[in-house]
Design a protein around this ligand. Sequence first.
Ligand code: AMP
Ligand code: MG
Length: 344
Amino acid sequence: MSMNTKIIDCKTHIDEEGLKKCGELLRHGEIGIFPTETVYGIGANALNETAASDIFRAKGRANDNPLIIHIANFDMLKDLVEEPSEMEQKLIDAFFPGPFTLILRKKKNVPSIVTAGLDTVGIRMPENEIARKLIEYANCPICAPSANISSRPSGTKLEDIEEEFDGKVAFMIDGGMTTIGVESTVCKVINGIPTILRPGKITPQDIEAVVGTCKLDSHIFKCATGKVESPGMKYKHYAPNTKALMVYSENEEQMIELVKEHLTENTAIIGFAEHKKYFPNHQFYVYGHINHLDEVMHNIFTLLRQVDHVQADFIIIEGVKKEGLGIAIMNRLIRSVSYNYIEK
Ligand code: AMP
Ligand code: MG
């Protein structure tokens, strides 16, 4: 079914009337696209089963992969989940609002389609003003996965995803490029230890600073099969259409050599600004500067989409050190190259 998709421009200033209308549409069961500080989301009224199922259909998302529920205030939280433990409450106090999703025990009124049958639900309170206002205007919790067709890179600007969803959603709100660029950190307290199921801008160190301990799930840098804590770990993710390889070495010269060894005549490279000069005969896309992993995080998804539009038959991506923000970046890169990855 194709519908007329309304575009709301909030790039330079917030269109309150437009947002209010989008809020009403969500409340009444339509689905629509909106910016958050992490990536764009495709949202629905989380308490409306039909609307939630429309999201799975629009994305082509596997129905065992649960959706995160976005809230605008703490009153919404009480209706969705059981009383958080002391540690969970500390995490909420520290990281809501922000790029942080906490898995909590759900109450009955959360439809099981949203949580893919799990008895837990991921909750996030976005900080982005457009997202917050939209949820306030909708006056209901909004379930929203990343706005991309499943397996494709997440959308960090509307232009990148407009085509994928035109005619499939009631509205798209343009808020310009998202500030962070990768999805939220997903965390679950397991046996009293906060465990990161999906890394993001909030790092293990950030969590340790608040509650003294933090663990990374063992699948963060690996392909997961069978029963996993977070179903999203199992699926193909973030892939450009062109075949891609990632290379990494802690030694900079060795990393440049690794890129050189695997170059074809028509390879596009995604890497550090400082390395562009070594590849004058190739298309080189700068994702950021060495020691500025926030830039890499911000740019990576849009570059993974951009390289599909150039005439390259192969993509080589430079990896980053797996610490701090580098944990989230490498988690996405390893999946975007479908585990085709050389580390020396
Ligand atoms: P996305 O909606 O595309 O940002 O992906 C949401 C991620 O959160 C996926 O990896 C899901 O598997 C994960 N997730 C959502 N809800 C839960 C839950 N209740 N338990 C574990 N992981 C979850
Ligand atoms: Mg996603």
